[in-house]
Design a protein around this ligand. Structure first.
Ligand SMILES: CC(C)(COP(=O)(O)OP(=O)(O)OC[C@H]1O[C@@H](n2cnc3c(N)ncnc32)[C@H](O)[C@@H]1OP(=O)(O)O)[C@@H](O)C(=O)NCCC(=O)NCCS
Length: 208
């Protein structure tokens, strides 16, 4: 799919070169608008997160997923923006809230994402990932980073496919960085993309 560079609003004119003063900003790609989740998105988040596939691959999405959990999630994303530690965007297609993408900046820069079930398989997530990487690697961005990591539970082929198609290099399998609900570090696949890397498929990705 042809890819147009993400356009960004707000950050370039923001005085906040310091991540601790971060204000939410919007990114736009060909089909998508990425903007911070708001309380108006709680119902859509709640509905998407009833999906057992999300709970299977994202330990933080536990069932039963209540409206209260969706509200807590939005509040969590607001704190993440305020501290600059985790920048989370709601992904919007034709005005509909279809999923989430975030860039965690706590120890290393790390991307995470999910999409509502009925919105999968249309290349939305690769497009959103490219949009976030365009911003993260933009030399004119005062908050630019040099490298972004990705991780998924071993066997999550759809997530791996997104990272592969976006030009990440597969780094192998090992204990996940983040503990699951039981405090274990589950077997996970890892990848990485550096600012100078070409956004094309690299060899070495698992095929099944
Ligand atoms: C991972 C995810 C975000 C991919 O987003 P997407 O926009 O559907 O990505 P793509 O359209 O590029 O499809 C990626 C892969 O999903 C699979 N797929 C395609 N259509 C699909 C559909 N209708 N439903 C489910 N998966 C589908 C295919 O394996 C595809 O890989 P391919 O392009 O090599 O054939 C999405 O599947 C998802 O939200 N999964 C559950 C949450 C999750 O695993 N998040 C990542 C945690 S690390």
């Amino acid at each position: 799919m042809p890819r147009s560079r993400a356009s960004t609003t707000a950050w370039a004119s923001s005085p906040a070169a310091d991540a601790s003063l971060m204000h939410p900003f919007e990114l736009r790609t060909e089909r998508l608008v990425l903007s911070a989740p708001t309380p108006d998105d709680v119902e859509a988040i709640h509905e998407h997160c009833q999906d057992p596939v999300l709970s299977k691959y994202i330990p933080a999405i536990t069932q039963p997923y209540t409206l209260e959990k969706a509200r807590e999630f939005v509040a969590f994303t607001e704190r993440g923006w305020a501290s600059g530690e985790e920048l989370t965007w709601g992904i919007r297609a034709d005005g509909e809230f279809v999923g989430v993408i975030s860039l965690r900046r706590v120890t290393a820069d790390d991307i995470g994402f999910w999409l509502g079930a009925k919105h999968r398989g249309q290349g939305f997530m690769p497009e959103a990932v490219h949009g976030v990487l365009d911003w993260a690697f933009d030399p004119a961005n005062p908050l630019r980073v040099e490298s972004v990591g990705w991780e998924c539970l071993t066997g999550n082929m759809a997530s791996a496919s997104v990272a592969r198609k976006c030009g990440f290099t597969f780094e192998g399998e090992g204990a996940g960085r983040r503990p699951d609900a039981g405090g274990e570090h589950p077997l996970s696949w890892r990848g990485r993309i550096d600012a100078g890397d070409a956004r094309r498929v690299k060899a070495g990705w698992p095929t099944a």
